[in-house]
Structures are given as C-alpha cells and as structure tokens.
Design a protein around this ligand. Structure first.
Ligand code: GUN
Length: 288
C-alpha cells in the first residue's frame, strides 16, 4: 500500500508556483492577487480561508480576506463582487460557501466575473469543464486529478466509483475522469443517497472516490484488493483535544488501507491538493 501524500505533493507544487512568481516579478509583471469573501463565523470556513491565505503568502501572491457578518444584505455582497470584478489589481475572487440562508448562493456565483472565478463554480466555467475546454477546474477535483497524475496511477479503462454527487466534487470529477486522455478514460459510476446496494458497486471498483461527508462510511469489506481509494471527507467530530474536534474522512482508514494499492490519508491527502489547485487557478487568472 502506498500513501498518496497530498501534503508533500502540494509542497512541491508550491515551490513550482513560487518560482513562477519570482519570474513574473523579475520581468516586471503583476503579482497574482486572490480575494476571498467570508460571510459569518462558521469555524470550518474560517479555517479553510485562513489556509488559503497562508498558501498565498507562501508562494508570494497577494491575498485579501473581506469579512461580513452573517446578517449582511445580499445586495451589499453583490455590489462588492461587481466592484472586485472591475478591479484590474485583483485576479481571482472566491466567495467561501456555504452562505447564510437569506442569500441566493447561485446568484452570488453567477455575479462573479468568469475570468476571475478561480473556484470554477460559475456556470460558464462549469460548462467549459464539461465540454473539455480550457477553464478553471474546481479546486478539489483539479487537485485529485493532479494527485493521480503525479503518482502515475493508471486510469484508462478502470472502473471508477464516486460516492457523492455534489456540484463541487462528485459531478465535476465524474466528468473529468470520463474524459478522453490521461488521467481520464475511466468507466464512471456515481453513487448517492438514493443508490441501492452501494457495497456491490464499490466492491467492483478499481478506483473509489469517497466524497459524501459521512465519516468512515467506506468500510474494509466494501473494497476489493488492490483498489485505489481517494478520501475527500473532512468532517469535524468532537474529540478530547485542545481544538475540541478532529477531522474524520469518509473512509475507515485502518480497515481499508491494508487492501489498497494507493490511498489518501485524512488529513494530508486531498485537502492540501485542493489549496494548491486554487493557487494554480489564480496564477492562470493573472495571465501566467
Ligand atoms: N466550501 C467548501 N469547499 C469550497 C470551495 O472549494 N470553495 C468555496 N468558495 N467554498 C467552499
């Protein structure tokens, strides 16, 4: 069993991005600048946005966090997005999700200029991704594809089962893994909350991607010998430590890992790859 070390791989990619930033600055170019809008006090969202800001600093990007209370008006948020859209000194804009219930999330996403939508959530970018056109691919699917590529994992003709059909992970991944060429050409099945007999489906899979947000859902007896398992889950569960919680993946690691050819740990697997994919998209948005 080989661990797919997202932490080490992401550190390598950050070095590559930092080198590119040095080249940009040396030739008098503009430093890539990412703005993150954070609404409310959700602990997980605050942690994710802080992680994105730290990663920007590590590679030499400018980064700005704009914070609003969870009572903010939708119109205030939309006006701020329009202002950023027309600011030539900002290259990437993300609005951390989820948003409070009184705000129309899709309208917010639709308001972001597609050329600054480094999350790849705007319908134009999502559509381009489905068509296989150059675009911003959402960070988590992009990071997973890069991890498969960097570890040279064979995908052609493989049976790939994705657990979860979210717009952020399951659906885009199903598209990417079924596209022509490496790392694609998979035969893809999506399972979701209405799927029946999931165990018989995962038992037949060469590659399993668990992205349903149910801690330790995938057990040892649901996985065949030699499978590749990618764990996207990061649920906070109460723990007797300083933070008061620990992160649990969607995979029961101790049971599943011994059967795998490759597996991602949680933490240190998909999470760090997601962040560097956002950096790659921001670099691209800055015209580099
Ligand atoms: N919430 C959970 N994942 C993401 C993400 O990738 N981007 C944004 N903006 N919000 C999220």
């Amino acid at each position: 069993m080989t661990l797919l070390d997202g932490k080490a791989t992401s550190e390598q990619i950050k070095l590559e991005i930092a080198e590119k930033v040095r080249e940009i600055i040396a030739r008098g170019g503009q430093r890539p600048h990412l703005i993150a809008i954070l609404v409310g006090e959700d602990g997980a969202s605050q942690t994710y946005v802080a992680g994105k800001e730290r990663a920007c600093q590590q590679v030499g990007f400018d980064s700005t966090i704009i914070r609003y209370p969870d009572t903010v008006d939708q119109s205030t948020l939309l006006d701020k997005i329009r202002e950023i859209n027309s600011d030539p000194n900002v290259h990437g804009l993300i609005v951390q999700l989820p948003l409070p219930k009184h705000i129309d999330e899709q309208l917010v996403i639709n308001t972001i200029d597609p050329s600054k939508d480094v999350d790849g959530f705007h319908p134009e970018n999502f559509g381009r991704m489905v068509l296989g056109l150059p675009t911003f691919v959402s960070a988590t699917p992009f990071g997973i594809m890069e991890l498969l590529e960097r570890y040279k994992i064979e995908t052609s003709g493989k049976k790939c089962v994705i657990l979860g059909r979210s717009n952020i992970v399951g659906r885009p991944l199903a598209n990417l893994l079924s596209q022509k060429g490496y790392p694609g050409d998979c035969t893809v099945t999506i399972c979701h909350s209405r799927s029946k007999d999931i165990k018989s489906i995962t038992l037949d899979a060469d590659i399993i991607i668990a992205a349903l947000g149910v801690p330790e859902f995938l057990k040892g007896d649901m996985v065949k010998e030699g499978a590749v398992v990618i764990d996207v889950g990061i649920t906070r569960v109460k723990a007797d430590n300083k933070a008061g919680f620990k992160l649990k993946g969607d995979v029961l690691f101790d049971e599943v890992a011994p059967k795998c050819s490759y597996i991602t740990p949680v933490p240190g697997g998909v999470g760090p790859m997601t962040i560097v994919s956002l950096l790659k998209n921001t670099l691209r948005a800055s015209g580099n």
